[in-house]
Design a protein around this ligand. Sequence first.
Ligand SMILES: CC(=O)SCCNC(=O)CCNC(=O)[C@H](O)C(C)(C)COP(=O)(O)OP(=O)(O)OC[C@H]1O[C@@H](n2cnc3c(N)ncnc32)[C@H](O)[C@@H]1OP(=O)(O)O
Ligand SMILES: CC(C)C(=O)C(=O)O
Length: 530
Amino acid sequence: MSTIDQSVVDQDYVRIFDTTLRDGEQSPGCSMSMPQKLTVARALCELGVDVIEAGFAAASPDDFAAVNAIAREVRGSRVAALARCTRNDIERAAAALEPAEQGRIHVFIATSDIHLAHKLRMSRAEALESAVAGIELARQYCSDIEFSAEDASRSDPAYLAEVFSAAIEAGATTLNVPDTVGYAVPGEYGALFAYLRQHVRGIERAILSCHCHDDLGMAVANSLAAVQNGARQVECTINGIGERAGNAALEEIVMALRTRANHYGVGTRINTQRLYPSSRTLISVTGSVVARNKAIVGENAFAHESGIHQHGMLRNRETYEIMSPEDVGVSRSQLVLGKHSGRAALADRLRELGFELQEAALNQAFAQFKALADKKKEVFDADLEAIALGSTGTESGPWRLLALQMQGAIGRDAVPSASVRLSHESGRVVQEAAVGDGPVHAIFAAIERATGAQLKLRQYHVRSLSTGEDAQGEARVEVEVDGRDYRGRAVSTDILEASALALVEVINRIERRQMLTDASPNIEQEQAIA
Ligand SMILES: CC(=O)SCCNC(=O)CCNC(=O)[C@H](O)C(C)(C)COP(=O)(O)OP(=O)(O)OC[C@H]1O[C@@H](n2cnc3c(N)ncnc32)[C@H](O)[C@@H]1OP(=O)(O)O
Ligand SMILES: CC(C)C(=O)C(=O)O
């Protein structure tokens, strides 16, 4: 007879089963080495996921080693390994999970007629028998067994209920109902859960789980429909990575349940402030970025460009934000200045930059800003400074980068070093070198040493503005000095040069501001108004 921890059948609690390292890794371009998987597993632990599906132990020696290493290290979250209903897969999963504090063997077999006929070449009775044998074997190694009926959403519900009843009888404690090919729609998928709760024998002894794919863009909606109909485990991945169009995105599920708790009435144990850092960790490991407009973790998720929204945000951010960026680990909302922005946001950003403009000066600056914004996608702080100071273009000094040279940046044991030469408008020419953890770190250290600047880097981004070998790369740098943020941006075909130029722009802006305030605390306002 199966056993189940009754505390987790708490009806208000939805378990988060993260499969980034298994189904997520099945996305083309997202395969991870063992150390990379450990990095992601640590992030998942900090996030507080209930279950980490660490891999498919029988898939390769490396996958086995990764599951084993994660099982050895992870404490707090349960570690699961996937296995087909075959002796070898199950025994490999069990061996890999051996050091786990809490392990789970996850066995699966397809139940839809199309998979049975063409893929497995089995009858319904044979598949049921194979599922039972697999679960019984897995139970010899582990008390926590999850059984998945692959392609459940395209299976005959009556047959599915029969297989699940037998799975519980054989010892499965979690029953997963995958929408393997993303075919389901929310009403129908939710109804399948309601049906299973009525027709599976012993269902009160198991947890129902959903596992949705995004082929029709409904993975999250389907998962939430399942929760409304009794699913108490949701399988999902960071950033929604996974086979084909991906899996349900963990961050979207968690924040939907939290933000709309009044509607769903259930919660998770996720530390939501780790959502954004986890997303960034995964991106740094796989190199697979998310779209700017991706919910919760995309660059634009808390960015506002249009004037009416920005005006509302400045009065009260709840006018246009249903979640706080801080709650998901994003430092703050952004008001991006562009052609759709209005006076309120312009005045606010100028104030941040140290320019308190009166009405007439603001109107004049606004006209110049709109003319510029019509030509550029985004107006940067340096452009605004130029407008406020009444200059004709972006200020470029006092520092100028004359030369940048890199050495030894390739190879595991190489120590990247950078040397830079800069001139100052006072006539000085300085040259410095520094080593760093990576080439950009070395460049930044050399520039800081040469200019004497002491900066706290808040953000650093590079992205390609075009494609091909001569693609232009854009670097953006944001630093904090004395509680004030300064941003710089530069473009070059060499991203290291773009990074260096962006940092020099930041240092120039800090020095220009310092010169202005040294001359007179009010001079910048007077000049801007003049
Ligand atoms: C919906 C999902 O995401 S399921 C998980 C998918 N993930 C993966 O496939 C990644 C890991 N897979 C692998 O590394 C390889 O496919 C292996 C090592 C597991 C198997 O490799 P191979 O032995 O070469 O088999 P191959 O991948 O070509 O075919 C799959 C075999 O498993 C069988 N099979 C598929 N599902 C199951 C199951 N749940 N239980 C038992 N057998 C199964 C297929 O019928 C096929 O058997 P056949 O070779 O006798 O026709
Ligand atoms: C093995 C199961 C859970 C799966 O990944 C799917 O059906 O998509």
